[in-house]
Design a protein around this ligand. Structure first.
Ligand code: CA
Length: 255
């Protein structure tokens, strides 16, 4: 199995009020060599996050008082914790949970009951992506460029006009996927399976609103360069083949 612990064991914060599940998760991750801290409620989670930033958060959705969603929202709205990868644990009966959570910025989902092996695989995969390790097909260590937009695939750093953009992990993968397939239209299902790494069979059944919302946010962060991500009506999205070839603000002017 692939292990992603460069130099030191990755630190994982587990937020789960059900003691049995918390213990199982902690046991399994510790056995894999991760450093694990468990807390039983949302307030304690936020305290723990401020104390020491974890490499990954395993967050149960159903928590007393401060819900998992509220914790996730707090994390994603604070620049200090914005990029912490989050794996959300959710109840089986609520399919909508998955969608809502993705919209809030979870990196992945695990539906209860889950197998310990599945949990470890998901955690490994999220950390691998978070650290920008190359995937077999995509290849890492590359710089994707369009005009003054620069995406350092390995370092997970996006700059525009020399300034770093503060993208969530999902927004980063979305942009990367679109740029890697520059000029080619990607359906929302393709983007869900690539940027969210959701099985395409599952992705087909998911709300495509999730993709639209993340594209909207990504465009917003890109300012005028956001228009390089084109909406292809009835199909999906496409990163403009000619992006960056002309000044962004004066496309009408002759060169
Ligand atoms: Ca719970």
């Amino acid at each position: 199995m692939h292990r992603d612990k460069p130099g030191r064991a990755a630190r994982i914060l587990v937020v789960e009020d059900e003691a049995e599940i918390a213990a199982l998760v902690a046991y399994q991750l510790t056995r894999e060599g991760y450093r694990v801290e468990t807390v039983a409620n949302g307030a304690a989670a936020l305290d723990a996050l401020r104390r020491e930033e974890p490499d990954l958060l395993v967050l149960d959705r159903m928590l007393p008082e401060v819900s998992g969603d509220e914790v996730l929202q707090a994390i994603r709205s604070d620049p200090a914790t914005l990029t912490i990868p989050v794996l959300v644990l959710t109840a089986k009966r609520e399919q909508q949970d998955r969608i809502a959570g993705l919209e809030l910025g979870a990196d992945d989902y695990l539906t209860k009951p889950f197998s310990p092996r599945e949990l470890v695989l998901r955690v490994d995969a999220i950390l691998r992506r978070a650290h920008g390790e190359p995937r077999p097909v995509a290849g890492g260590g590359r710089i994707l460029r369009a005009g003054s937009l620069r995406v350092d695939v390995a370092a997970h750093i996006v700059t525009l006009d020399g300034e770093e953009l503060n993208l969530t992990p999902t927004e980063f993968r979305l942009l990367r996927t679109l740029m890697e397939r520059r000029g080619r239209t990607q359906t929302r299902g393709q983007l869900l399976s690539e940027a969210w790494q959701i099985d395409s069979s599952v992705a087909d059944r998911l709300s495509t609103r999730t993709v639209d919302m993340h594209v909207r946010r990504l465009r917003g962060k890109m300012g005028a360069a956001g228009e390089w991500i084109e909406t292809v009506r009835g199909f999906g999205y496409r990163f403009q083949a000619s992006a960056g070839a002309q000044p962004r603000r004066s496309r009408q002017s002759s060169l």
